[in-house]
Design a protein around this ligand. Sequence first.
Ligand code: ADP
Length: 350
Amino acid sequence: MRRSRQTAEHSAAEVTRARAERHAAEKTAANLRRALDVIAQGIVVADSEGRIVFRNRSAAGLEQPRHEDTLVAQAVDQLLAESATRGAASATLELHGPPSRALHITARGGVVVIDDITQQRQLDAIRRDFAANVSHELRTPIGALAVLAESLAGETDLAVVARLTDRLSHEAERVALLIEDLLDLSRTEAEATQRRDAVALGDVLSEAAERSAALADQLGVGLQVDVLPSAVVVDGSRRQLVSALVNLIENGLRYSEKGSQVEVATERRADRVAVIVTDFGIGIPGPELDRIFERFYRVDRARSRETGGSGLGLAIVRHVATNHGGTVTVRSTEGQGSTFVLDLPARSPS
Ligand code: ADP
């Protein structure tokens, strides 16, 4: 009698403990599920028979019943089956989209991890292209330098020596300009998230005009900069803003004919300010308008070479605009000229 009461008490305690344990286990599972749901990677878990028992939110999102997501579900099933016999299996899946995406899927011990590697791929491609472009751009003037130096060695005719050294310094300037623009671009990229100062736009305009004056003189193109009516302040980097403006003004000058004019004006609209650079030069063909902001893209390679452009100017301008929460746009008519608008958020006057 006594004994059976003890047993009953014992089993009641056991039930309570088991309940508490189950409760704790459920809580842990819920926490784990929550943790897995916030992970960007897709996670799929299968039981020992290979049946899928869990998908986190990302995986569920990737496997929705659109055509390409069926491909993801199929790949997951296949890799699970393969990993059951071989221990681990992985594959890269190219989805043509749009938008096109690349997923890396790995299965091991009944757990599948889906990584979206699209962005990484794009960054790698941009980096590869950039390195290839830089080498290509440097090879031409450096090759020319080598040839000129060779011709110079042993040359006794002073007139020829003068001509060759002239070309030598011209090529050296091209290399210097390219390197300067490359440094400017990489500094602008690195500074993207750095401290912002209150920059008076009027000062930026006068500094940019000052820096472009020599080129305007040299090319015989007029430069007219409107004075800002009131103190307009932009939050950001003075160096970057001057560099963007100099690039826009110098392009205007370079792609104009002698005797022409480049005009810089500003327009204040509520909490924004637009800096407008207009030239009456050669203009840009419509189909090229979207591409001119790409690094090293030039409409006319020969002309750009002649004018001494690096092909990086507008890439720098676009980067500066983005860093300041603004945009740069262009309107142009071939043979009539171009207007570039750098639109920036400005502080409201206090
Ligand atoms: P670049 O150093 O060659 O001038 P940019 O990035 O500044 O490089 O400009 C890219 C290309 O866009 C130039 O090569 C030129 O073909 C075209 N472009 C830029 N600005 C103008 C302009 N104001 N008028 C005509 N074409 C321009």
